[in-house]
Ligand binder design. Structure first.
Ligand code: KG4
Ligand code: ZN
Length: 364
């Protein structure tokens, strides 16, 4: 304990690197025992590059990470040497992950500083520790280490590659209680956008259109709504949308306005399914907090629907939602996850920090 105290008596810095998909991100976290600060957080987005192809091209993503990463690290730390290096080692695109992990391994070795291996999904969970209301140290820019999250917590993580309900007993202790049987929620939004001739990434494009549409005009099914388990499924919904668009085109009813209605209907079905499963899991597991993270958590309709759905549980359950700027991929969330590992001295050797493109949050 004394040693731990000593470790945090002075401020410590963590340099975090995220390159699991199509965003090159670097952040610098500074921490004491009671609070932490995100001093820098930069993202070099590749979205414009991949939009040309209508989706992520892994080879192109990896090459872009290579060009973007070192300048971003320089911009983040300048000449200062951080006290630890953190990196996303999976899950994600293997070639993209390699860029971040090998850079982090080299920095850890050269600087002789500890290396922290972070799971990307764990990062999305820890974005909730960056929630503005209640987590901030009064009158300061820092976040309280205790924050608003009380354990046990139930996290709904919805991203381009994952849709999972995770029960979290304590820091680093996870149990997956539900996941998607096929497409992830973000992937479903991206595929729906393609069907509706909207640009990549599909989530933001569909949600903007949905604002102008009426979900009741051409309603779509709500997937798995009657199933008793906590699983999700979105591929049937995508197929229903595909056939609906085909029929509307054939009957000459596929207008601009109809596209807005279909966006609203699609978003309504995804959001309703996500909320229903989360509320059912919350009733069964009785968590003290409910967390929301991942790229799809940037969806305003989902944020609002979750807030009203869990309102009746508010007496015993706190709702914490990742701030908008930390929902989609970023390195600040990786830095926060790493900070909680650092407190437990969970480091890896720079010679052994392996990339794992299918790394499950419950596996080592
Ligand atoms: O977490 P993230 O940045 O990357 C992964 O880890 O996959 O999530 C990206 C996903 C994409 O599928 C994107 O379409 C979706 O998040 N997304 C949204 C919104 N913003 C991003 N989905 C729905 N509504 C949004 N506003
Ligand atoms: Zn992500």
């Amino acid at each position: 304990m004394n040693q731990l105290k000593k470790q945090f008596n002075s401020k410590k810095t963590i340099l975090a690197i995220e390159s699991s998909c199509d965003e090159t991100a670097v952040a610098l976290l500074e921490a004491t025992q009671e609070e932490f600060f995100i001093r820098k957080s930069f993202i070099a987005s590749q979205q414009k590059i991949h939009a040309r192809y209508g989706g992520i091209v892994p080879e192109v993503a990896a090459r872009s990470h290579i060009t973007a990463l070192m300048p971003l690290i320089k911009k983040t730390i300048g000449r200062k040497i951080p006290d630890a290096i953190a990196v996303t080692a999976g899950p994600g695109l293997i070639t993209s992950l390699f860029v971040g992990v090998h850079t982090a391994r080299a920095l850890s070795y050269i600087y002789r500083k500890p290396l922290i291996r972070v799971n990307h999904i764990e990062g999305h969970i820890y974005a909730n520790w960056l929630s503005n209301s209640g987590s901030r140290v009064k009158g300061q820019k820092g976040y309280r280490v205790e924050g608003r999250v009380k354990f046990p917590a139930l996290a709904l993580i919805v991203s381009g590659g994952h849709t999972e309900l995770i029960f979290m007993k304590d820091h680093g202790v996870y149990k997956i209680i539900g996941k998607t049987l096929d497409d992830a929620a973000g992937e479903a939004f991206d595929k729906a956008a393609k069907i509706l001739d909207l640009p990549y990434p599909g989530g933001p494009a569909v949600s903007v259109r949905a604002r102008y549409g009426d979900a009741r005009r051409s309603p779509l099914p709500i997937p798995m709504i009657d199933s008793k388990n906590h699983s999700f499924s979105f591929s049937g919904l995508k197929t229903a949308l595909l056939y609906r668009v085909r029929n509307l085109k054939e009957s000459g009813q596929y207008s601009e306005q109809m596209r807005d209605h279909l966006c609203a209907a699609f978003q309504h079905s995804v959001v309703t399914a996500l909320i229903a499963k989360t509320v059912a899991a919350a009733q069964e597991y009785e968590p003290r907090s409910i967390l929301l993270g991942g790229g799809v958590a940037a969806n305003e309709s989902l944020r609002a629907a979750l807030a009203s759905a869990v309102a009746p549980l508010r007496q015993r359950t706190e709702l914490v939602i990742s701030p908008l700027n930390y929902c989609t991929d970023n390195a600040a969330m990786i830095a926060v996850a790493a900070f909680f590992q650092m407190r437990k001295k969970r480091f890896v050797s720079p010679f052994a920090c392996a990339v794992d493109p299918v790394w499950g949050i419950t596996n080592e």
